[in-house]
Write a protein that binds this ligand. Structure first.
Ligand code: FEO
Length: 401
């Protein structure tokens, strides 16, 4: 993809990674982009770079507009290598360029990745630099989602270069929200939040408070589509996400050896569907954990089931629980369940992890030896009924009546 002019003399010059399918464990089924932006003024500035293997694509896109040796300033909003990986290669073209980064974490991180020889200018929140007719101001957003993160704001054109915040992993030939498949954009923005940003909700809230004070016409993130027409919508989504706004929804996650835990999972799913909740029944053999976590983010209830194997849980369930503990979706009621042959430890092992996340148990653990029969499934439903009634869950649609 060639460069794209967002505003006069402000260009997208990034790279599109059509084939990316795994971003450190996150399944990126739509690919991604690494967005870099070039600003032509009295001084020429490049905001962020791209992943190292895409260095030449970045250089080519810049070269279509100016000679890369003319770059005076590089802003490194974030040290993670998907945005700074091409920095050493870019600096070969403009060795005297000043590299602006956050103080102290950006400075430290860039030195640890690329050595001491860069001309680094560490910036604190509130500091700014002039390019001539345009000004770039820096706002640190630590832990959204690394300690070094910052965003860059240009008041003259009302553009926020937000780096990872408001991003989506989407490879596409379109650059702006109004020309994109919005269903896909929102779906991927939600998945991005759930898998990258969610554990840092408190820090995101602070960042949103700061950003809310800025006059913004364009949000230019470092992944995916640039927001212009739908800024209120993406801000509303982030506000709901940081405030843990839930839907009437239950997610049932499981793996099964011989189909018996699957029968239990289906019974649980049907129970909540009859209660009027939207239900997702997600077998770990058929769904990626990054898609499952996206569904859990705005759910009220999480049921997790595993067959017992060798006095333990199935490895797929262990992997899911490990991922869940890292991302920590908040405020869930949980159910643990599973079929077993003799030991039957699986439900208790799952419970230990869900308890450690501070979730509330909805009903006692559901365990059935070998193949569930009609009576056992009916008893399971009674246990669910008791737990559900006691939990006093209020559905949004009931409140609206
Ligand atoms: Fe897109 Fe935290 O890097």
């Amino acid at each position: 993809m060639a460069h794209y002019e967002i505003r006069k003399n402000i260009y997208w010059v990034g790279a599109i990674d059509w084939n990316l399918r795994n971003f450190h464990g996150y399944s990126t089924s739509s690919g991604s982009t690494y967005n870099a932006y070039l600003i032509i003024d009295d001084k020429i500035a490049l905001i962020d770079t791209v992943k190292e293997p895409f260095s030449q694509e970045l250089i080519k896109n810049i070269s279509e507009i100016i000679d890369p040796s003319k770059i005076d300033i590089i802003i490194s909003n974030h040290v993670e290598p998907d945005h700074s990986g091409a920095l050493p290669n870019v600096l070969k073209y403009c060795p005297n360029a000043e590299v602006y980064t956050s103080f102290p974490s950006g400075e430290k991180g860039l030195k640890m990745h690329y050595g001491e020889n860069m001309n680094l200018k560490p910036m604190k929140s509130g500091e700014s630099i002039s390019l001539g007719s345009k000004t770039l101001s820096f706002v640190q957003t630590p832990m959204v989602h690394w300690p070094d993160n910052m965003v860059t704001y240009m008041a003259e054109d009302k553009i926020l270069f937000s780096n990872d915040a408001f991003g989506q992993h989407i490879a596409s030939s379109e650059r702006m929200d109004y020309e994109s498949d919005l269903d896909l954009v929102y779906r991927e923005a939600k998945k991005y939040y759930a898998n990258i940003v969610m554990p840092y909700g408190a820090q995101v809230k602070k960042a949103i408070d700061v950003i809310a004070k800025l006059d913004i016409d364009v949000i230019a993130p470092s992944h995916g589509i640039i927001w212009e027409k739908y800024i209120p919508q993406i801000l509303e989504f982030y506000n709901k996400a940081v405030n843990s706004v839930k839907k009437d929804k239950a997610v049932v996650v499981y793996d099964t050896m011989w189909g018996n835990t699957a029968t239990m999972a289906k019974t649980i799913a049907e129970f909540f569907a009859v209660k009027g909740l939207h239900v997702k029944l997600m077998n770990l053999q058929a769904n990626h954990i990054s898609d499952i976590i996206t569904e859990i983010m705005n759910s009220k209830i999480l049921a997790v089931g595993s067959s017992t194997i060798n006095n333990n849980i199935l490895p797929t369930v262990a992997s899911f629980l490990c991922y869940l503990k890292g991302l920590k979706p908040s405020n869930l009621r949980y159910i643990c369940f599973g079929s077993y042959g003799w030991g039957g430890q699986a439900a208790a092992i799952i419970e230990k992890d869900l308890q450690s996340l501070g979730y509330t148990q909805l009903c006692e653990n559901l365990r059935i030896q070998f193949k569930p029969n009609y009576q056992q499934l009916a008893e399971m439903q009674l246990t669910l009924e008791k737990g559900y009634n006691k939990s006093n869950i209020k559905l949004l649609k009931e409140k609206q009546k």
